[in-house]
Design a protein around this ligand. Structure first.
Ligand code: UD1
Length: 338
């Protein structure tokens, strides 16, 4: 494999993956309709990598155009990120989510099936819901999704598995991400929440910066070490590298191969621990208030990543401190007043 199509390559995880692909000697071909990202990410990728990936401003679900690009660029592998990801919005506009994340995905897979091109799919730990035991491994049961967004990830995994197993031409891997955070250490690419962020890291960095909304800790009466929820925060650069390992692993597999891997830090941290880590790393206070639980939040989850460690030869290299430092550095770059 040499030419890798990255759908959603201008987005948070996609842009970091494009950088890691180039660093590993691949050509990244980016397709993104910029619906939740900005072209500045492409400039960042160029500055970091010194390469100029081909970029197509296109909705990935445009099957005909996408196929043309795949053929023109001699694409021989796909990493698929393009999807809607706002949990709350998915509850309000489920059809928008099913159309883009599921119907669009079926179209993409049909093209890849015809052409015999392998795919790495971005899934989520959301498929596990509230796990029965921790750390959660890939054998844990899939629980009913909390939102249409979660349902789309579950449906896509099922579609990918069934389509791959029935095919003589497809092979695929689904990576179940835990909570992706941080930014590239250069400060040239990072997470760009359009509108009000709802994920913890951008809310924290905006609170430190004094922009955006105040940070409320959602719940302090959970059955956890300090009463706040536990999550597995994985540095986006570590996560990006897992995709290259997955591609390499797929390369050695037969057609019809499908598997899933957890990609997390393997550590659980509470919300209050994250706040403390930010304060220690940045030397700044994180203004926050303790508030009520957020509807739909699970109490605690973190990953057992032994399968990815052993089979993909992947492991995390960065710490929570790195994530806090890089997230804050990124915030200072995108807030003009800082
Ligand atoms: C959320 C999504 C999940 C998605 C993941 C991707 C929900 C319910 N779930 O997960 O489907 O896969 O993002 O990144 O939105 N927190 C606060 N105050 C805040 C924001 C968050 O205390 O202002 C807490 C939350 O209660 C949670 C933790 O921080 O305990 C992480 O929250 P968040 O970043 O939104 O991620 P998840 O809820 O884990």
């Amino acid at each position: 494999m040499k030419n890798i199509l990255v759908t959603g390559g201008a987005g948070f995880i996609g842009s970091h993956t494009a950088v890691e692909l180039i660093a590993a000697g691949y050509n990244a071909v980016i397709v993104d309709n910029l619906s939740n990202s900005k072209e500045s990410a492409l400039t960042g990728i160029k500055e970091i990598s010194g390469a100029t990936p081909s970029f197509y401003n296109l909705d990935y679900s445009n099957d005909e155009k996408l196929k043309e690009i795949i053929l023109k660029e001699s694409v021989d592998g796909v990493i698929h990120f393009a999807a809607f990801k706002a949990v709350g919005e998915s509850t309000e506009t489920p059809l928008k989510y099913y159309a883009n994340n599921v119907a669009g995905f079926v179209g993409l897979l049909s093209t890849l099936e015809k052409l015999g091109i392998p795919i790495v799919f971005s899934s989520s730990c959301t498929v596990y819901g509230e796990p029965d035991s921790l750390p959660v491994n890939e054998q844990a049961p899939i629980k009913p999704a909390e939102s249409p967004y979660g349902t789309t990830k579950q449906m896509d995994e099922t579609i990918l598995r069934d389509a791959t197993k029935a095919s003589k031409k497809l092979k695929s891997i689904a990576l179940r991400y835990f909570n992706p955070v941080g930014a590239h250490p250069s400060g040239l690419i990072g997470e760009l929440p359009l509108g009000r962020p709802s994920n913890l890291f951008p809310v924290v960095t905006q609170a430190i910066a004094g922009v955006g909304k105040e940070l409320t800790v959602f719940g302090t009466d959970y059955d956890t070490p300090d009463g706040s929820c536990v999550r597995d925060y994985i540095h986006v650069v570590d996560l990006a590298k897992a995709h290259i390992k997955a591609l390499e692993y797929l390369n050695g597999q037969q057609q019809g191969f499908y598997d899933v891997f957890n990609i997390g830090s393997g550590k659980g941290n509470t919300v209050l621990e994250v706040i403390k880590a930010f304060e220690e790393t940045t030397g700044k206070k994180v203004p926050h208030i303790l508030g009520a639980r957020r509807d739909g939040d699970i109490v605690a989850t973190y990953a057992n990543c032994s399968k990815a460690n052993e089979l993909l030869g992947w492991k995390t290299e960065k710490t929570l401190t790195d994530s806090c430092r890089d997230a804050w550095n990124w915030q200072t770059k995108i807030t003009p007043a800082l």
